[in-house]
Ligand binder design. Structure first.
Ligand code: ZN
Length: 194
């Protein structure tokens, strides 16, 4: 925004051009969800999107409901490992869905889905998987996932982000001395007044 001669701010009629793409937005949402994970080694997030670009499910890897994060193991070695308990991000995103069906939806996920999640993805009706990393490509579980996706006609492709970093800055709202509107009065206060 520039300034015209009398000091009045000049309003631009053109849109911003540095907005993020849909793919970037949904993948970033999956990465943000991963920040909620308590897993000390692998944090994965998944974001399910409808064919109208609406987010319909989000999940991250974590213990099942009622299985306390502090009471169940997060390790990978020994008799009892996290693998017995942890729900993967893809599964959580599917069961967290806020619509009736995931038919024709696509899933954004940080890591290529394992075979168990691939089954969930196929059965849920999701038609496309967009992933960032395929670091376990040689593992039997990943090979099985691809075999099932290919047979079921679920497309998958690796996403390369436009920006290496996307920073969320909570102080951004105060840029250009923007004023915050006063906070809403508390409900109790309102009741007392009326
Ligand atoms: Zn999985």
């Amino acid at each position: 925004m520039g300034e015209i001669s009398n000091g009045t701010p000049e309003i631009s009629h053109s849109k911003r051009l540095d907005y993020i793409s849909w793919h970037e937005y949904f993948m970033a949402t999956a990465f943000l969800a991963a920040k909620r994970s308590k897993d000390p080694v692998t944090q994965v997030g998944a974001c399910i999107v409808s064919d109208e670009n609406k987010i319909v499910g989000i999940g991250y890897n974590g213990m099942p409901i009622g299985c306390h994060d502090d009471h169940f193991p997060w390790g990978k070695e020994g008799h009892e490992t996290k693998h017995l308990y942890v729900c993967h991000a893809e599964m959580n995103a599917i069961v967290n869905k806020n619509c009736t069906t995931l038919n024709k939806c696509r899933m954004y996920v940080a890591l290529f889905p394992c075979n168990e999640c691939a089954k969930f993805i196929i059965q849920s009706g999701i038609r496309e998987v967009i992933y960032m990393s395929d670091k376990y490509a040689q593992k039997c579980s990943t090979i099985a996932s691809k075999k099932m996706f290919d047979a079921a006609g679920v497309e998958y492709w690796q996403y390369t982000p436009m920006n290496r970093r996307l920073v969320i800055d909570f102080s951004e709202i105060d840029w250009n001395s923007m004023q915050q509107v006063p906070t809403s009065p508390l409900k109790d206060l309102k009741l007392q007044e009326s």
